[in-house]
Design a protein around this ligand. Structure first.
Ligand code: SAM
Ligand code: DTB
Ligand code: SF4
Length: 332
């Protein structure tokens, strides 16, 4: 493949497309890196000229004991790493954590429940109170809790939920090598319910689970052909947790993350691309390349759901070094 010598003009104006083909996306993923970076940056600068990065904090409200068998997940009962014995957090402690996240500079608060699906009852009522409380603090609220019904989506919307996170994780072709307890179609149906209720969609995937480049292109193609595009797209790289079926997979080349982020930015110009799990495996320079290539959000705070995330001070330093814009004063 030859290098481009002129600016990728077709992308000087933001064009939103919903008719992507897997092959086109695969070609982007495999472009010479210099071209891919240039291309992604042209799009990113047009869509987000201020290089504003959103800080999202994450908290696990209900940890472990999940009936699904997602091969990457330490919270599945099918994995020997299942984190059992932790009781669910109640409303007040969760809101205290949200307040602390806000004080540390986050403007989105994401809450996770290790459930296959939401059931009505006290836990769901508590979830609604948490959403209301987080919104009252002036933060965006995001929930991830498995499948839901139309009525539950409506109630979450009424509580003010900003976004529902429900990842497709990988391609439909690779899906049954990773998860056997649910179908891709069920995942898509939940996303449709979320959309119909008027909640924004946070939907992305994981790289490093033995998938091919075509699988990555196939996942991105499904996301890019949604109309509208998911407002938020988390790109995770596998955190290979001991006791999970994927524990022995080696971590992905950081440049694969850069390529995934850049391609996501090119095909979904106005979406938030969140550099998610696996940042601890990326050095400072690789993270800065991801920010340059189009990542405009990170998980901020010392833990993800059950695994660790870079330290807050390290992230502050990183963002200051990169010269991107966040809500807090980097000099304090
Ligand atoms: N049970 C809900 C669900 O599956 O939608 C919500 C929680 S689940 C842990 C949220 C997302 O975290 C998953 O879809 C997956 O993309 C990501 N995730 C979980 N374990 C991971 C790991 N070990 N490495 C990278 N991403 C992971
Ligand atoms: C997403 O795509 N990544 C976050 C969030 N959405 C919920 C979760 C990452 C979890 C990583 C493994 C863990 O900490 O358990
Ligand atoms: Fe359960 Fe979600 Fe983990 Fe799958 S990813 S095992 S659904 S908590």
């Amino acid at each position: 493949m030859t290098l481009l010598h002129s600016r990728p003009t077709q992308f000087q104006k933001i064009v939103l497309r919903h008719d992507w083909k897997v092959e086109e996306i695969k070609d982007l993923l495999e472009q010479p890196l210099m071209d891919l970076l240039w291309h992604a940056q042209c799009v990113h600068r047009e869509a987000n000229p201020g290089y504003k990065v959103q800080l999202a904090s994450l908290l696990s409200v209900k940890t472990g004991g999940c009936e699904e068998d997602c091969a990457y997940c330490p919270q599945s009962i099918h994995s020997s790493s299942d984190v059992t014995g932790q009781s669910d957090l109640s409303v007040e402690p969760v809101l205290n954590r949200a307040r602390a996240a806000k004080e540390a500079g986050a403007d989105r608060f994401c809450m996770g429940w290790a459930w296959r699906e939401i059931r009505d009852g006290a836990s769901f009522d508590a979830m609604l109170s948490m959403v209301r409380g987080v919104r009252d603090l002036g933060l965006e609220a995001c929930v991830t809790a498995g499948m839901l019904t139309d009525d539950q989506a409506k109630r979450l919307a009424q509580a003010g939920l900003t976004a529902y996170n429900h990842n497709l994780d990988t391609s439909p072709e690779h899906y049954d090598k990773i998860i056997s307890t649910r179908t891709y179609q069920e995942r898509l149906e939940t996303l449709q319910r979320v959309r119909s209720a008027g909640i924004t969609i946070c939907c992305g995937g994981i790289i490093g689970m033995g998938e091919s480049i075509t699988d990555r292109a196939s996942l991105l193609c499904i996301l890019a052909n949604m109309d509208p595009h998911p407002e938020s797209i988390p790109i995770n790289s596998l955190v290979a947790v001991e006791g999970t079926p994927l524990e022995n997979l080696s971590s992905v080349d950081p440049l694969e993350m850069v390529r995934m982020v850049a391609t996501t930015r090119i095909i979904m110009p106005n979406s938030r691309v969140r550099l998610s799990a696996g940042r601890e495996q990326l050095n400072r320079e690789a993270q800065i390349l991801c920010l340059q290539a189009g990542a405009d959000s990170i998980f901020y705070g010392e833990s993800l759901l059950t695994t660790s995330n870079p330290a807050v001070m390290a992230d502050r330093e990183l963002l200051a070094k990169a010269g991107v814009n966040v809500n807090w004063d980097l000099n304090d």
